[in-house]
Design a protein around this ligand. Structure first.
Ligand code: ZN
Length: 150
């Protein structure tokens, strides 16, 4: 368990130091901004939706290591997914970090996202981990039409 915790820690530090898909998405057709006042994390998520397929997803923002690493790992996980798969991942991730589900079960096929399985032990950090996901969801749902690029 200690080895696993260390591995998780390293993965979060790595994604915080060199976030993946941290860029502007010029041809995005969905976009939303998120803010976590508890910690001061800001993230803006851009999605290029091709019919039912998330062909590209990127983020920009500034925040703590958890929020940045979560946004980075989220974009990696969501790219190339269908809307249904994305919704499923969103639900799984939410259960994982809020501890609603049996952790062993929900982290089963989540790949690297399982690094956030112990965030639930730190309630103040849960919002850092879920910020990017809620922003992604808002972008998909078109909740934030003000910032849409269309
Ligand atoms: Zn934070």
């Amino acid at each position: 368990m200690n080895d696993l915790a260390e591995l998780y820690q390293e993965l979060i530090l790595d994604h915080n130091k060199s976030p993946r898909n941290c860029r502007k998405l010029d041809d995005a057709n969905r976009k939303a901004d998120g803010f976590n006042p508890l910690c001061g994390d800001k993230v803006s998520v851009s999605i290029k939706l091709d019919g039912d397929l998330i062909s590209d997803v990127a983020f920009q923002g500034s925040g703590c290591a958890i929020s940045t690493a979560s946004a980075s790992l989220m974009t990696e996980s969501l790219k190339g997914k269908s809307l249904d798969e994305a919704q499923q991942l969103f639900d799984q991730f939410h259960e994982l970090v809020t501890g609603d589900a049996n952790q062993a079960d929900s982290s089963h096929d989540m790949g690297k996202l399982a690094v956030f399985s112990n965030v639930g032990n730190y309630p103040a950090r849960v919002k850092c981990a879920t910020l990017a996901w809620h922003t992604f969801k808002a972008a998909l749902d078109g909740d934030d039409t003000n910032v849409t690029t269309e």
